[in-house]
Design a protein around this ligand. Structure first.
Ligand SMILES: [Zn+2]
Length: 186
């Protein structure tokens, strides 16, 4: 907690310094550090998983902090059937849906951190590489890695530093190809 706060303070100071003397016609958010309040009231059995995923992202990134139940930038839902997916309404805002059937087959924490990754600006990268978080279900059920790679984490940090691309901060829906438990298990 202390290190995160001090890191945040450093980020704020750095931002203030960088802003001095610079005229910005269309300014970025006043603070580069965004608090993403996530709400687990609808997360059912996955509320604890959401908290774990938030800690993973907080430890891996700068310029953003996921914080529990202080608002509803991000709502987490438990659903059954239809697949896990994420709806990003804008960078850092949206909804994540965790399918109980998929979570019985794949690591629930990996699904959760992956789907939150979409809310944080990352696209899918279905290349089967378990060391990547955004490879999702393509890495198979044996892959339980819930951690973003350094490149994935740095990309998120950069996105929240204000170096956005139009695509990464846009609204989008990520229907994931985590294979259905029903079709695989039967
Ligand atoms: Zn995905």
């Amino acid at each position: 907690m202390t290190s995160r706060l001090s890191r945040l303070a450093v980020a704020l100071v750095a931002t203030a310094g960088a802003t001095l003397g610079v005229t910005v016609a269309n300014p970025a958010p006043a603070s580069a550090a965004m608090t993403i309040c996530y709400n687990t009231s609808q997360a059912g059995a996955y509320a604890g998983t959401a908290n774990q995923a938030a800690s993973i992202w907080n430890n891996a990134t700068v310029n953003l902090t996921l914080s529990a139940n202080c608002g509803s930038n991000l709502r987490i839902y438990q659903i059954t059937g239809g697949g896990s997916y994420a709806v990003r309404t804008s960078l850092g805002n949206g909804r994540v849906y965790i399918d109980t059937q998929q979570a019985a087959q794949y690591s629930p924490l990996r699904i959760m951190t992956h789907e939150i990754g979409h809310i944080l600006g990352l696209p899918d990268n279905y290349n089967g590489n378990c060391s990547l978080l955004m490879s999702g279900g393509s890495a198979g059920t044996s892959c339980t890695n819930p951690y973003p790679s350094t490149a994935e984490a740095n990309r998120v940090s950069n996105l929240f530093a204000g170096t956005f691309s139009a695509t990464d901060r846009s609204a989008d829906i990520f229907r994931d190809s985590w294979p259905s438990a029903l079709t695989t298990v039967g």
